[in-house]
Unconditional design. Structure first.
Length: 89
């Protein structure tokens, strides 16, 4: 499990990105890069990092499911993810 502070920091960044999205777009179209530099660093979408919705794990993230590979495997083996079954041949 990730630290709660790390999860909270990521949520805070997501809110900032959403808040400044329209303003960033307008400044980019206008070509006003000096004003763009004055926006908060965390308002940039590049600073966002995908995390597992259940555990907060930052690595091994599966975008299609929104969870990490470890959580995915555990849930798939328990039959909690519809349409996914263990391969055998």
């Amino acid at each position: 499990m990730a630290k709660e502070s790390m999860k909270a920091r990521e949520v805070k960044r997501q809110k900032l990105v959403a808040k400044y999205a329209a303003k960033r777009k307008a400044l980019k179209e206008a070509g006003d890069y000096e004003a763009l530099q004055k926006l908060p660093k965390n308002a940039s979408p590049v600073r966002l990092h995908n995390r597992c919705k259940l555990t907060g794990r930052p690595k091994g993230y599966m975008r299609q499911f929104g969870i990490s590979r470890v959580t995915f495997r555990k849930m798939a083996n328990q039959g909690l993810i519809p349409g996914v079954k263990k391969a055998s041949w």
